[in-house]
Design a protein around this ligand. Structure first.
Ligand SMILES: NC(=O)c1ccc[n+]([C@@H]2O[C@H](COP(=O)([O-])OP(=O)(O)OC[C@H]3O[C@@H](n4cnc5c(N)ncnc54)[C@H](O)[C@@H]3O)[C@@H](O)[C@H]2O)c1
Length: 250
């Protein structure tokens, strides 16, 4: 077993389910000390217990919660090296003229404002301690190959990608790296919302038909990409939008 992330400390948001659980699992396997942060107290604690890592209830849109996460990582693990901004939401696939202001605010807050909050809370720590921090945001192929009925979800992921590239160039001189991982459709807690119907193999077939490698993404696919980008092997990689999409974006 490789120990690509030995002696590193990571906060992984939204790891109570889906891709986040896969990322936390892989990071622990690679020797990383992981602090899971999720709104879902029961699910987050369960995953943390299974993996033998730490957990905190946190809302990624809340700056005070981010400050508490940073403090907890310091108190329990002696610092912080990696932030994986994975927590995300969508509204149910629907005609754009019927999207409510609440739907809009939800995707922009959880998907975009969370990136701002994580940077605002964690960048000063990396800068003051001259630590080569790593931020990985879970974007989406929706940023560059948008599907209908998801306008503001797609736009939120485009904003995540752009902010990531901007911060990559801004903080490169400090050796702080920012990258996006952009999965194609998977089978997680939110997939039924993307589809606008139950998440079954039959209902996913339309989305999957546009993937050259012929299947949906898995938490392990996403986790492997994150583990590489978080590791020192990727020390010269910043500002990329790494599609984990079986060729969907070609
Ligand atoms: N599932 C897909 O097909 C797909 C495709 C591309 C990108 N993504 C992205 O992958 C990421 C992970 O989603 P998933 O598919 O695993 O879905 P999921 O619903 O299984 O997991 C999302 C997690 O985020 C948590 N969360 C939601 N709002 C939060 C908040 N305000 N604060 C803290 N935690 C919060 C939820 O409790 C949940 O545990 C998201 O950013 C999503 O946009 C998903």
């Amino acid at each position: 077993m490789s120990q690509k992330l030995a002696n590193k400390v990571a906060i992984v948001t939204g790891a109570a389910s889906g891709f986040g659980t896969g990322i936390a699992t892989k990071f622990v396997q690679e020797g990383c000390k992981v602090l899971i942060a999720d709104l879902n107290a029961e699910g987050g604690q369960k995953v943390a217990d299974e993996l033998g890592c730490s957990f905190a209830v946190a809302d990624v849109t809340n700056l005070e919660h981010w400050k508490a996460l940073l403090e907890k990582a310091g108190a329990e693990f002696g610092g912080l090296d990696i932030v994986v901004n994975n927590a995300g939401v969508t509204y149910v696939n629907k005609p754009t003229e019927t999207v409510t202001e609440k739907d809009f605010d939800l995707v922009m807050n959880v998907n975009v404002k969370s990136i701002y909050m994580s940077a605002t809370a964690c960048l000063p720590y990396f800068l003051e301690n001259q630590r080569p921090g790593v931020f990985i945001q879970i974007g989406s192929t929706a940023a560059t190959r948008p599907r209908p009925g998801l306008t503001w979800y797609n736009a939120s992921k485009a904003a995540v990608m752009n902010a990531t590239k901007t911060m990559a160039v801004e903080y490169g001189p400090h050796q702080i790296r920012f990258n996006c991982v952009a999965p194609v459709v998977g089978s997680t807690g939110m997939t039924h919302l993307f589809l606008g119907k139950p998440d079954t193999e039959e209902n996913r077939a339309g989305f999957v038909s546009t993937v050259p490698l012929g299947r949906a993404s898995t938490p392990a696919d996403v986790a492997n990409a994150c583990s590489y980008l978080a590791s020192d092997e990727a020390r010269f990689i910043t500002g990329v939008n790494l599609e984990v999409d079986g060729g969907r974006c070609v």
